[in-house]
Design a protein around this ligand. Structure first.
Ligand code: MN
Length: 490
């Protein structure tokens, strides 16, 4: 994982004298070391300072802004830190902030407690003053409350750190488009200038011809090496090895191009494969497996989101991927959605070893049956999310889902597939998704929770809609109406 780090900044003041401040600093260091050592904390957690004046707080904020490794600050008040001191620093702070309301001691010591103890241990007091200025300034802040040695708050902190790391990824993301969006499609479109302003993404196009030139430069030896890797990782279920070799050529060329221009996500479209024999199937699946974002039909928003969620969930082990809602199974009591794509489903979702197969693909400009990985998705709880451009603002829609073992074999379906039920139930869930304007393209993740995605959306300053167990048509319609008004007033 990248050298990302988070700073633990403890608020105090000079009122208590140097001895108390020394104790506060020593304890803060002890807490940071213990938190940093926890398996629930994915990035470095560093005690930065006990800040006591507005100058110190502003200096800390400036340092955080200019430190590329610092992906967020976590604040806490062991003692009382008068919050007017925080106004200047928090106003200029450009990094995500979490207010960790915790306390050094777990219990009130019955015999020991006196006014000296109260002066030193007043987190309940200090955290409220600190909370007020957070609310008053109206900036995104994550509030976590609980004892710093307990699992629940540390888990919450770890997941927030992941969302904040994804903010860092978003602000540095470049997306490559090979060709334009699929003709006439609305939901894959969007304002790229606004996306760059709000989300940080640089979304630019490169000619398919440039990619073809790169493909022609790939050597047979390079393809041989990749074919050996394919043979080891997947089951070769086709005799058309030259088709598979063509995908290897595409994989090497796309990767080379992306790395040369610094892009971590890309799109292409079956409508523009000029000079290519196959739509990249296996090639795109392999690149997603390596962590690149991808979106079909020119969908650069889902390509970027795929990359961002892969970074958010790095090392969690479940898998996150570009997905498309395809078709329903509507037997009463057994309602499911079947997700797949023409070719490009990321093998991190696979329940078993994927098979390489070649099949005819009628859509697009394929001279040869494209090779692709075919597999069933694993079962488990997860989310799907979709970023849509509402005209003047971006909306992130997140739905809780539960993937199941597919209830039939579908032997003639030549693509990877995942079957799931959506919350609150498939029919209501689909209705709510449609009302919110969610796309057919999504990022499906077994790792990203709705809360992580909500944290990310809040830090990015975009609209967030969640569809879960408790969501009703009435509650969602209300939320959409009020959100619409609120966002127009911004
Ligand atoms: Mn599609």
């Amino acid at each position: 994982m990248k050298a990302r780090e988070f700073w633990f900044v403890v608020g105090s003041q000079h009122l208590y004298g140097p001895e108390v401040l020394e104790t506060v600093a020593a304890r803060a260091q002890e807490m940071a070391d213990a938190i940093n050592a926890s398996d629930l904390i994915p990035y470095k957690f560093i005690y930065k300072a006990t800040v006591k004046t507005s100058e110190e707080i502003t200096k800390m904020a400036k340092e955080a802004n200019y430190d590329d490794n610092c992906c967020g600050i976590v604040t806490w008040c062991h003692t009382f830190s008068p919050s007017k001191m925080w106004i200047g620093g928090l106003e200029i702070l450009q990094k995500p902030r979490c207010h960790f309301a915790t306390q050094y001691n777990r219990e009130i010591p019955n015999d020991e407690i006196d006014m000296d103890f109260m002066n030193l241990n007043q987190a309940a007091h200090g955290d409220r003053e600190h909370g007020f200025i957070g609310a008053r300034l109206g900036k995104a802040v994550k509030v976590i409350m609980g004892y710093w040695k307990d699992e629940a708050p540390l888990r919450e902190l770890g997941l927030w750190m992941r969302a904040a790391a994804a903010v860092d990824e978003s602000r540095n993301l470049k997306v490559c488009r090979f060709g334009d969006n699929m003709r006439n499609v609305a939901v894959t479109e969007g304002d790229k200038v606004e996306a760059q302003r709000v989300l940080g993404w640089e979304v630019n196009t490169w000619a398919v011809g440039d990619l073809v030139k790169e493909m022609n430069a790939v050597t047979e030896e390079e393809i041989d090496a990749l074919m050996a890797e394919y043979a080891e990782k997947y089951t070769m279920n086709t005799d058309k090895l030259d088709h598979v070799r063509y995908q290897a050529r595409e994989e090497i060329a796309i990767k080379r191009h992306l790395d040369s221009v610094g892009c971590k996500a890309y799109t292409n479209t079956f409508e523009d494969l000029y000079g290519m024999e196959q739509l990249p199937g296996l090639a795109s699946q392999r690149l997603m497996e390596q962590g690149y974002g991808y979106g079909g039909e020119g969908d650069w928003k889902v390509a970027a989101m795929t990359r961002i969620i892969k970074v958010m969930c790095e090392g969690m082990g479940g898998g996150s991927a570009f997905m498309e809602d395809y078709t329903y199974h509507l037997t009463e009591g057994q309602e499911y959605s079947l997700g797949a794509h023409m070719l490009e489903v990321c093998p991190t979702l696979a329940a078993d070893k994927p098979r390489i197969e070649t099949h005819h693909l009628g859509i697009g400009m394929n001279d040869k049956d494209p090779a692709r990985l075919v597999f069933e998705g694993k079962k488990g709880k997860g989310t799907v999310c979709s970023l849509v451009d509402m005209g003047g603002r971006m909306r992130l829609i997140v739905q809780d889902i539960e993937a199941v073992e597919p209830i039939m074999e579908m032997p003639n379906l030549p693509v990877a597939r995942v079957m799931w039920r959506a919350y609150p139930d498939l029919c209501t869930g689909a209705k709510l998704w449609i009302l919110a304007g969610g796309a057919h393209h999504t990022v499906l993740s077994y790792d990203a929770t709705a809360e992580m995605l909500e944290d990310w959306a809040e830090m990015m300053g975009i609209e967030y809609i969640h569809i879960g167990k408790e969501t009703t048509v009435e509650s969602l319609k209300n939320k959409l109406i009020w959100n619409d008004l609120a966002w127009k007033l911004r």
